[in-house]
Design a binder for this molecule. Structure first.
Ligand SMILES: Nc1nc2c(c(=O)[nH]1)N[C@H]1C(S)=C(S)[C@@H](COP(=O)(O)O)O[C@H]1N2
Ligand SMILES: [Mo]
Length: 501
């Protein structure tokens, strides 16, 4: 297993028996059990899972060893079956190639070899029933000792030595894998089309308001993965295929060599509830989607869908029109001045202003297939979510917090509002069901970016109900009708209660 882990580090990290079996366990675990594990172990869930895989494999291998002392063929067979299962887990991953066989096969061969060697060696140390005539020459005696095979102590030493070698191999492999995951040394060129200066946000003056730009470390994260993929940027590429004039592929270096666009864009998850946290704003740096599609040639395409595939075969659908209607759709390589963090899609992801993430923001993207919605369906489409899912006009109260206690006096009600593609004109606040009052607006970064707002409030003692609604630049008023996130995004007015004392 240790040798396989090291070989995986040198070839395909995900084909390491530990990772391959771990991922398969995750995939086969029923959702309720998965959620229980995430609640129980939090961010340690990954370590607990991988640790369990190692312990279970060691126990099973020990069992195979015990069996092998009496029936070597059976013991070795059990070990080969174990390695075979890990190999199967590795090669059945989407996108797996012939190289994925290497670690598992190496585990089978080296495991079987080592076990046979240990068993044979131990068999030869079995105490001789008839020591035979004792020679009186010391030299001859020591020679006889050797031909009788090694001592039990020798077998123990050999086992300890093997364990040490294995630990060394595994540690080296793990160290190499971690090193390969470090992406800090990816440096991106400047934008040919920069975003321009970024205004100072209200967070400087209105305590409790969401900052105008979300730091990458605080950006919400939504995806189906329990373990982040480890993408080797040197072998990664992005392919455009399907209904195009010519299939094209881009390496990371080829993408960074193209003219890059930089934009401040607010992303939103369709699962965001009214007043929820699944929304974030960042400065994205990337290649315009249109430039990439033009390289593939889409003049005569009959496609209406871009089917994006990530490194693990996860698919997201995006309407082709968003690449061509002039909005700043891009394949982003950078976020807030650095390469994409691993959890936000390193090395590349799609960013489309105005569409919920599940129909646009494919992280760890490797392929864009031009096709039709009739011909092929993406992951969430198969699960009955909407295919055409523009982000609804929405606003959120950040301060004061719902159900909080405040001291009577001069308070400030503040928050954010978004209407990507159109822009936010104004926000209105309703206190205790009275008439809507206009809030003071923060800087207008661009129409694809959220806007901060606040309203000074002289709070009298008692329980108060605060609500907000956004009005977009085209006059659209945030909808009051209550919708659940499924299937095309939540709607409704957020109203919170606060106690003033
Ligand atoms: N490969 C992949 N990309 C994905 C997802 C996913 O599960 N897998 N989730 C999508 C969803 S639902 C959203 S809202 C955005 C969230 O992006 P973030 O995690 O960077 O905020 O990523 C999208 N891209
Ligand atoms: Mo989402």
């Amino acid at each position: 297993m240790a040798l396989a882990h090291l070989l995986a580090a040198l070839t395909v990290p995900d084909a390491s028996p530990v990772y391959a079996v771990g991922s398969t366990v995750v995939d086969l675990t029923p959702t309720p059990l998965k959620e229980w594990a995430i609640r129980q172990f939090g961010t340690a869930d990954k370590a607990v899972l991988l640790g369990s895989v190692v312990v279970v494999v060691l126990l099973l291998a020990a069992l195979a060893g015990v069996v092998a002392r009496r029936r070597p063929a059976l013991g070795v067979g059990a070990l080969v079956v174990l390695a075979g299962l890990a190999t199967t887990a590795a090669v059945t991953r989407p996108g797996a190639g012939a190289l994925d066989l290497v670690p598992g096969v190496a585990a089978a061969v080296s495991g079987a070899g080592v076990l046979l060697w240990l068993v044979r060696w131990e068999a030869r140390t079995a105490p001789a029933t008839d020591p035979g005539p004792i020679d009186d020459s010391a030299i001859e005696r020591s020679a006889a000792d050797q031909s009788a095979g090694p001592s039990r102590r020798g077998v123990l030493l050999a086992s300890a030595g093997l364990t040490a070698v294995a630990a060394g191999l595994a540690t080296t492999g793990e160290w190499m894998l971690r090193r390969a995951r470090q992406i800090a040394d990816v440096v991106l060129p400047r934008a040919a089309d920069p975003a321009g200066p970024f205004p100072t946000g209200l967070e400087e003056t209105v305590p409790g308001v969401t900052p105008l730009r979300t730091p990458s470390g605080e950006f919400y994260r939504i995806d189906t993965r329990l373990m982040l993929p480890r993408v080797d940027v040197d072998s990664w590429s992005l392919t455009i295929d399907g209904d195009v004039a010519r299939e094209v592929s881009f390496t990371f270096d080829e993408l960074t060599a193209m003219p890059l666009t930089e934009r401040d864009i607010t992303l939103t998850c369709v699962s965001n509830e009214v007043g929820g946290q699944y929304v974030g704003s960042a400065r994205w740096l990337g290649v315009p989607l249109r430039d990439l599609l033009e390289r593939a040639g889409i003049e005569d395409t009959g496609a209406d869908q871009i089917l994006s595939t990530d490194v693990d075969g996860m698919t997201l659908s995006t309407p082709l029109t968003v690449a061509l209607d002039g909005r700043d759709s891009m394949i982003a390589l950078g976020m807030n001045g650095s390469a994409l963090p691993l959890q936000h899609g390193f090395p590349a992801r799609m960013v489309v202003p105005g569409l919920y993430g599940f129909v646009s923001a494919c992280k760890w993207i490797t392929r864009m297939t031009l096709t039709t919605y009739d011909a092929e369906q993406a992951y969430w489409t198969e699960r009955e979510w909407a295919t055409d899912a523009p982000i609804r006009v929405a606003s959120r109260i950040d301060t004061p917090k719902a159900l909080s206690r405040q001291e009577a006096g001069e308070l400030v009600i503040g928050g954010i509002a978004w209407a990507q593609r159109v822009g936010i004109e104004r926000v209105e606040v309703r206190i205790d069901g009275q008439a809507w009052r206009e809030a003071v607006m923060g800087p207008d970064v661009n129409d694809d970016h959220w806007r901060q707002w606040y309203l000074p409030w002289r709070a009298e003692p008692g329980t108060h109900y605060l609500a907000c609604r956004a009005i977009a630049k085209d006059g659209t008023v945030q909808e009051a009708v209550r919708r659940t996130p499924f299937p095309s995004g939540s709607s409704g007015i957020q109203e919170i209660a606060v106690t003033v004392t």
